[in-house]
Write a protein that binds this ligand. Structure first.
Ligand SMILES: Nc1nc2c(ncn2[C@@H]2O[C@H](COP(=O)(O)OP(=O)(O)OP(=O)(O)O)[C@@H](O)[C@H]2O)c(=O)[nH]1
Length: 301
């Protein structure tokens, strides 16, 4: 424990929506802590995943995709992403090897020009591209910033992820182990449980329900026999979305509940009873005061 050479630090994950930040985090931590979905911009809070080994601890800050704000929620997300950069020891700028550098990446690059922390360019999804393509994408980014290192990876199958971690650890300062070794996230259970439910809503309803869904986890109660009672409300913006989520005779809600419960049980290691409700709150994304009550805390930025 009292290793004077122990390394530790905070690392921010930055990148356009859908480039694979959550997948990378899950690959590194080896446990499901960040929501994964094909629907863009689903990572709404700063989720800290914590990697701990005998030599080092890395606290990852999984920032929301930086994008142009259109609603109060978007504005909130962007501020939270940018403020994270002031506190970190390194930044992982994750890009997608299957897509050319675009306006979204340039937007991020402009922001990153202002920071002084070392920036690693992580080219993800290399399992989907040919070597020539990788060279091409490297060339597109190379001159844009003064990168500490360019690391191609596949977050999905883990290719080169160990090398990325090794590289990061080598450049982290000496420091304490901030969190116990068995802690993978400092977020309250409520948040993680909410994310798991939201993930199932996206997975099962696909395009039909856009990302204007919030989950309010009202109760997590442990009983003496170690079972856990959870009640949560799925909040949508329109009655039509409520109908889709409930499904014929409640079939969709049942499916969402079953799949979310299985994930939550895996995370918590105990039997879970999950009760779900669906509620319409029109325009909740534009109601600043309500963001707070749905888990987007003011002190997150
Ligand atoms: N083939 C392949 N797919 C990947 C890889 N990494 C991520 N994906 C897929 O890309 C999609 C988006 O991944 P996420 O991890 O949710 O992306 P994200 O950057 O966290 O997205 P936001 O939360 O929207 O910011 C998912 O369908 C992943 O399975 C990879 O290395 N290879």
């Amino acid at each position: 424990m009292d290793n004077p050479n122990y390394k530790s630090g905070f690392v921010a994950l930055i990148g356009r929506p859908n480039v694979g930040k959550s997948t990378l985090l899950n690959q590194v931590i080896g446990q499901k802590v960040a929501i994964m979905s094909n629907v863009a911009q689903t990572t709404r809070n700063k989720i800290q995943g914590i990697y701990t080994s005998n030599d080092a601890q890395i606290v990852f800050i999984d920032t929301p995709g930086i994008h142009k704000p259109q609603t109060k929620l978007g504005d909130f997300m962007e501020r939270s992403a940018l403020s994270a950069l002031d506190e970190v020891d390194a930044i992982l700028f994750v890009v997608n090897a299957t897509e050319n550098k675009g306006a979204g990446d340039n937007f991020i690059i402009e922001r990153l020009k202002k920071v002084h922390q070392p920036i690693y360019l992580v080219i993800n999804k290399i399992d989907q591209v040919k070597p020539e393509r990788l060279l091409d994408i490297k060339a597109q980014y190379e001159q844009s910033l003064d990168y500490q290192k360019i690391v191609p990876i596949s977050a999905l199958n883990g290719n080169n992820v160990d090398q990325l971690i090794e590289e990061l650890v080598n450049h982290l300062p000496n420091g304490p182990q901030y969190y116990p070794a068995d802690q993978v996230s400092d977020h309250p259970e409520r948040f993680v449980v909410g994310e798991m439910i939201r993930e199932k809503v996206f997975q099962l309803t696909r395009q039909e329900v856009p990302h204007s869904v919030a989950i309010d986890v009202e109760q997590i109660k442990r009983r003496d026999d170690r079972t856990i009672d959870i009640s949560a409300t799925i909040i949508v913006e329109r009655p039509g979305q409520k109908g889709i989520i409930i499904g014929k005779g409640g079939s969709m809600l049942k499916k969402i509940g079953t799949m979310a419960r299985e994930d939550i049980e895996r995370l918590m290691g105990d039997k879970v009873y999950l009760k779900l409700w669906v509620k319409v709150v029109e325009g909740w994304r534009d109601k600043g005061s309500m963001l707070k009550s749905y888990g987007y805390r003011k002190n997150d930025y």
